[in-house]
Design a protein around this ligand. Structure first.
Ligand code: MG
Length: 201
């Protein structure tokens, strides 16, 4: 399986990163070794600025290429909560030099994933999600604010890369990204339901 992540998909986050609003989806990938399920996260020693990015995650349910936007909803059945961990200090250096971001984004365990819920139970265009750290709210978002909808993202990515069953699409983070530290307890919520718990060691 592969993990596809969408960047700058919420205007307020693009603003806090001092990035331009994209005119088409921006994406990058993480390998399957980035996935972290229900285990503690050990802070890597190559970064001094590890940032959380809470994101809604689509689980691809059938293979497709060149998927038309109007049919994209048929390619995922479940939505969950994940974190796109980012070594912000390293990413800043990569950006400065115009280099790829993998070192900052695709390292081992950089993609914690929680439980999934069936999409039928949700109003796709109005899903709220939230990250709490040590019980305090740090990031709040709603799918209403997506620049590129889930369907648009699936359609766009599948022009370049065949999607396969089990692939995950991290759909972008809202504003409020910030540093995590050893001892932090992260909790991810979708419409108020806790789907992800993660301790930083
Ligand atoms: Mg992200």
């Amino acid at each position: 399986m592969k993990i596809i992540c969408i960047g700058r998909n919420y205007a307020e986050h693009a603003k806090e990163m001092k990035s331009e609003l994209p005119s088409e989806p921006v994406f990058f990938m993480k390998p399957d070794t980035a996935l972290l399920k229900e285990e503690d996260f050990y802070l890597p020693n190559f970064t001094k600025e590890l940032h959380h990015e809470i994101e809604l995650v689509l689980k691809i349910s059938k293979a497709g290429k060149h998927i038309e936007e109007q049919f994209a909803y048929k390619y995922y059945e479940e939505i969950g909560i994940g974190i796109d961990f980012t070594a912000r200090d390293i990413q800043a250096k990569c950006k400065e030099k115009g280099l790829p971001w993998e070192k900052a984004k695709a390292f081992d365990n950089s993609a914690p994933i929680g439980k999934f819920v069936k999409k039928e139970s949700l109003d796709i265009n109005n899903i709220s999600f939230e990250l709490k750290i040590n019980g305090e709210s740090r990031q709040k978002g709603t799918s209403k604010d997506l620049i590129f909808s889930f369907d648009k993202v699936i359609s766009y990515v599948s022009k370049f890369i065949t999607l396969k069953t089990g692939d995950l699409i991290y759909t972008g983070t809202p504003e409020g990204v910030g540093q995590v530290n050893i001892g932090d307890k992260l909790e991810g919520f979708l419409n108020g339901e806790k789907l992800l718990t993660l301790s930083i060691k």
